[in-house]
Design a binder for this molecule. Structure first.
Ligand SMILES: Cc1cc2nc3c(=O)[nH]c(=O)nc-3n(C[C@H](O)[C@H](O)[C@H](O)COP(=O)(O)OP(=O)(O)OC[C@H]3O[C@@H](n4cnc5c(N)ncnc54)[C@H](O)[C@@H]3O)c2cc1C
Length: 553
């Protein structure tokens, strides 16, 4: 009724331009010569890899602070090189790249896993055996978690058998992280230290499965990398690959419904997010891929009239955590205080469970009890102004009272609460690093409502479906859906993080390619990546000079 009908000039439609969506779109374009339409509800593409600037000189990332396993020759690096036609440069973080900062003790994590292990043994010699075992076990845990995420690549008749096999053999990945740590370690400080990166997957040790803990730990065993130009450089480098094949990325197009005909996905209805009063558009294509997350896809985009038994399970599954982020513009280089670009995980106690449970409301002092501190400008040779970010995990509930109020039009109470939170987070860092507060020129806070608004993720969740042990039993956490020609991609189709969501994109592209498609896709990627000329450090420096205008207002 008055809706403009467009001819099907695309071979596939991808809902959402996060790293998962961009990956599948670029691979379909490059390896399968498909014209792909990517529809993004935000005005900036990239999903959690997008960034923003203030005052023309301060630039921040929203959901990318470091990526592991990006050394030359690694699988992740090969995929990124192919996706971006080698147009993206990765900058290694300094060594040590992480500092776990506890009240009486700071542990610096080396980019050399043997050194990391030796440093732990030196601090806790009485637990040397368990530490050696831990380094073997995280590799196993990561392997089994990874194996689990690949089950949906198997033919439907074989997947249940494989699931049983993985469940049996990969029991190590299914226990909670707390269970593993309690079983193998005695010293509570050591247990806490090994769980220090839990915000990287959003769940304290009692809730996370050891598989996801292992995945993250092994992901960062050789250090961290950062894309030159920041997170937005990723979408900027991938977009031409999609467009060259006749594809298109349209921002501010919010998909409101996946269109089904006889149980087959045939298109989407999308509204102009800037002008929702306008008539929606209908886009048709023989293949629909959603990067909008499992909850959005199953509960909001597939018509409610379509019978789906998994809906109830999805509705009742525990929700993922969100975060508060303070974006800081600095007057001067943080190097003046000794920071080199490494991450700082600052903890007020060794009790992660207590810290994770604390309600953040300022009346319930003391809060916060932990933060993650990072310095984007020290990682990016193109940065103009110096910046920092302070992040802390929170739930969504304390913010629900403002969810109906529009972005930038929320009431005074919300603004006051934000000001209070901002100050509390800065004060917490200041107690550990005196002088930090005097560096600050600009501060802005994002809440779970901000995340929900810009990423459209359910309740502002930052990692998608939470990696509790029960996630491993859910058939709907998969790239396949029960609907013909409809697939999922990104974090909920694989695993969380930039690398996890990107591999979700590779997986979906492989599934679409048919039997053994994933393995053929990976083989092509590895071959092409090998033939690419290495990017030299000089290129980074040259880019830094050439593109120094890239953050201008
Ligand atoms: C604060 C924070 C810090 C993080 N730090 C790191 C880190 O340092 N390293 C790391 O590896 N990972 C990190 N992550 C996690 C990582 O960013 C994500 O796991 C990953 O980017 C998810 O990618 P995705 O493609 O699955 O989804 P997303 O990036 O969430 O993309 C989904 C896209 O779909 C769009 N969309 C949703 N609904 C619709 C619709 N109806 N119509 C059109 N478009 C729609 C959204 O706007 C969004 O662009 C962090 C995340 C956050 C938020």
């Amino acid at each position: 009724m008055g809706t403009s009908l467009r001819p099907a000039k695309f071979d596939a439609i991808v809902i959402g331009s996060g790293i998962g969506g961009l990956t599948v779109a670029a691979l379909l374009a490059k390896l399968q010569h498909k014209r792909v339409l990517v529809l993004e509800q935000h005005f900036t593409v990239g999903g959690f890899t997008h960034g923003f600037s203030r005052k023309g000189k301060f630039h921040w990332d929203v959901g990318l602070h470091y990526v592991g396993d990006m050394g030359r020759g690694s699988t992740g690096r090969a995929v990124f090189d192919v996706l971006t036609d080698g147009q993206l440069t990765w900058q290694a973080m300094p060594n040590p790249f992480e500092k776990f900062v506890y009240p009486d003790f700071t542990f610096a994590v080396s980019t050399n896993p043997q050194r990391y292990q030796a440093d732990l043994i030196q601090q806790f010699p009485q637990e040397a055996r368990a530490i050696r075992r831990y380094f073997r076990d995280v590799k196993q845990g990561a392997f089994w978690f990874g194996a689990h995420t690949m089950i949906d690549l198997l033919p439907d008749w074989f997947a249940p058998i494989a699931r049983l096999g993985v469940r049996h053999l990969g029991a190590i990945a299914r226990q909670t992280t707390q269970h593993y740590l309690d079983r193998h370690f005695r010293n509570p400080r050591l247990k806490a230290l090994l769980a220090s990166q839990w915000s990287d997957y959003g769940l304290p040790p009692s809730q996370s499965c050891f598989g996801v803990h292992s995945l993250i730990v092994t992901h960062y065993l050789r250090g961290g990398w950062y894309p030159v130009g920041g997170g937005p450089a990723i979408a900027a480098a991938i977009a031409p690959v999609i467009e060259r094949a006749g594809g298109k990325i349209i921002p501010q197009r919010r998909v409101t419904e996946i269109l089904l005909e006889s149980g087959t996905a045939v298109g989407v209805r999308a509204e102009n997010a800037a002008h929702p009063e306008q008539e929606p558009d209908i886009y048709r294509a023989p293949l629909i891929i959603s990067d909008a997350g499992a909850i959005n896809t199953y509960l909001k985009l597939i018509p409610a009239s379509y019978p789906l038994p998994v809906r109830q399970q999805i509705q009742s599954f525990p929700k993922g955590s969100s975060a508060l982020t303070v974006y800081l513009g600095l007057k001067d280089s943080p190097q003046k205080l000794g920071f080199q670009g490494e991450n700082h995980w600052i903890y007020a106690t060794y009790d992660h469970e207590h810290m994770a449970r604390l309600p953040f409301l300022p009346s319930n002092a003391p809060w916060p009890q932990f933060v993650y501190l990072s310095f984007p400008s020290l990682k990016d040779p193109l940065a103009q102004g110096h910046t920092a970010e302070i992040i802390v995990m929170v739930g969504y509930e304390p913010f629900t009272q403002w969810r109906q109020q529009a972005w930038r039009h929320r009431d005074q109470d919300y603004q006051q609460l934000k000001a209070h939170i901002t100050q509390a987070l800065i004060d917490f860092v200041e107690t550990r690093y005196p002088g930090f507060a005097t560096l600050i020129e600009y501060a802005e806070l994002s809440t779970p409502l901000t995340v929900e608004h810009f990423d459209a993720s359910d309740r502002g969740s930052i990692y998608g479906i939470p990696c509790i042990p029960a996630r491993l039993n859910q058939s709907w956490v998969s790239a396949k859906t029960p609907i013909k020609h409809l697939y999922l991609t990104g974090a909920d189709a694989s695993s969380l993080g930039i690398m996890g969501a990107m591999m979700g994109g590779v997986k979906t592209a492989g599934l679409v390619a048919g039997p053994l498609g994933f393995f053929k896709t990976m083989a092509t990627i590895m071959k092409e990546a090998k033939s690419m000329p290495p990017r030299s450090v000089q290129t980074v420096a040259q880019q830094s000079e050439e593109a120094s205008h890239s953050y201008s207002p």
